[in-house]
Design a binder for this molecule. Structure first.
Ligand code: CA
Length: 221
């Protein structure tokens, strides 16, 4: 297995890497946060181990960028600040585990191996379309604009096929099923809500009406 290890304390890192490699864990070691983020976004690792205090980009910022980009690789955070607040914050931001410094390398190895055995539990499902980052788990656009249930039902159909027209009837059935006393005009109303939510989320994507056909999501470049 191969991990990315971002740690700027070189002596500590050398000692840790020596033991990891003795345990058949290949290590790519980076000492700078900015380079670490770049590698984490584009490399292929079984696990990413991030120190929190790093030059240029902190471990927490790396973690948040990864999760916002839909990278679901397990992450273990390391921190000299062993306060509970940091731990909670790191786990909230999408870390899978947290280890306070100083730690025993055997403990780190055990945690890495445990994460490997564990199926991803509460990983949010994300999709990125143009300037839209949509989270299927909590139904938010760009991490802050939350959709209501019916808005989300309609939006998810449009988002699944950007640039393709979706018949009004399909959108209607998805959101309302066979509920009585509603009409297809509701779709129009909810499309207008969605346009507003996209603007609120800072997206330049457009939902265009195609006369007599339906609606299409046109993502921004
Ligand atoms: Ca550090």
């Amino acid at each position: 297995m191969k991990i990315l290890y971002v740690e700027d304390e070189k002596l500590l890192a050398e000692a840790v890497i020596y033991l990891l490699e003795k345990n058949d864990i290949k290590v790519e070691h980076i000492t700078d946060g900015e380079v670490g983020l770049e590698r984490a976004l584009h490399g292929d690792y079984d696990c990413i181990v991030l120190d929190i205090m790093l030059p240029h980009v902190s471990g927490l910022e790396i973690l948040k960028s990864l999760r916002a980009s839909g990278v679901a690789t397990p992450v273990i955070m390391l921190s000299a600040l062993s306060q509970v607040g940091d731990k909670v914050y790191a786990l909230d931001a999408g870390a899978d585990d947290y280890l306070a410094k100083p730690f025993k390398t055997a403990e780190l190895i055990a945690r890495i191996q445990a994460l490997r055995r564990r199926p991803p539990l509460r990983r949010d499902k994300m999709i990125r379309v143009g300037d839209i980052a949509y989270n299927y788990t909590n139904r938010t656009i760009n991490h802050h604009t939350t959709l209501t249930g019916k808005e989300a039902e309609i939006f998810e159909v449009l988002l699944a096929s950007p640039g393709q027209t979706q018949p009004k009837n399909r959108l209607y059935v998805r959101a309302w099923g066979n509920e009585p006393d509603t009409g297809e005009n509701y779709v129009e109303v909810y499309i207008s809500y969605l346009r507003k939510k996209l603007r609120q989320a800072g997206s330049k994507a457009k939902i265009q009406a195609q006369r007599n056909l339906g609606y299409v999501l046109k993502p921004s470049e």
